[in-house]
Design a protein around this ligand. Sequence first.
Ligand code: TXA
Ligand code: MG
Length: 328
Amino acid sequence: MTTHLGPDVARAAALLRAGELVAIPTETVYGLAGHGLREDSLHRIFEVKGRPLSNPLILHFASADALAGYLLPERVPAAAHTLLAAFSPGPLTLLLPREPAVVPDLVTAGLPDVAVRIPAHPLVRQLLGQLDFPLAAPSANPFGYISPTRPEHVLKQLGGRIPYILDGGASQAGIESTVVGFGPAGEPVVYRPGALSLERLQAVVPATRLRTEAEKVKPAASPGLLPYHYSPHTPLQLFGPGLRPAPAFDPARTGALTLREPLPGLPANQQVVLSPGRGDLAEAAHGLYAALHQLDALGLELLLAERLPNTGLGVALNERLEKAAARK
Ligand code: TXA
Ligand code: MG
């Protein structure tokens, strides 16, 4: 199969209506999209991604109004409406009680909640506006590998396996959406830190919290949140205050990913500085996955990555780096 690349929304819509898969741009990362209600399309997503069926998918909608019919309205917590009003469209994914007669088991891995998201990228908004069904879409990377933030990342990883990549340029946020479920009192609970920081969620719903350690070990809580993920093929090790020092390394065979300034002693072309001189975490998020793709392609022995300040977007970025370091 030849993979075509372009900005043709009508072509993407026609393929998706016919049950084919299309890579879609979003403001977070590129998604591998298929018809969210068709079993054949859903199976094909798992097959192309190499993803276990136990790991549920996010359904993408054109607007908050378009969610009607897919959820059990009387069981949607009040805080969900507050968050949707504040942050949609945007990099927020909510886990909400699904209408089981409408949302296929394959989407949720049989769980009672479905992950829903209203993406902000203008091309995917146009696309969803032309469809009368939601799009199921995981990140468009092979299972366990670095997520794609540019069409060329998708082409390299999935070229030949899907007919079309809708080209929307580089993803602006650069890391995945924040996945938010709800606790026993209806309070928002962050399952996956992401492009929307805890601080920004708490500014709207102060009771928002991270998962407790006990909630994290419950296997059914989020089957997809595995300890390794986002991994380059090259071994990666974190460095920074309080972490074990980097092993003895050969500078000629080592790369580095840092926030503000390069590491002395390593060749400049084996290093990426995410926000030179500024240390801006949004800029770092925008470039993180592209930097990992670039460094991984050099075929080095080791990548050293600097642990980032653990506030705001730094929480999500450190989580990605830790998972990249904890390879299979
Ligand atoms: O930014 C994003 O969220 C991107 C773009 C394409 O929208 N999508 C994305 O999808 O990151 P994916 O499949 O790579 O990650 C979705 C995460 C997984 O960790 C999955 O386990 C979790 O959301 N998830 C999905 N449905 C769930 C559910 N019903 N209950 C608990 N966790 C769920
Ligand atoms: Mg993913």
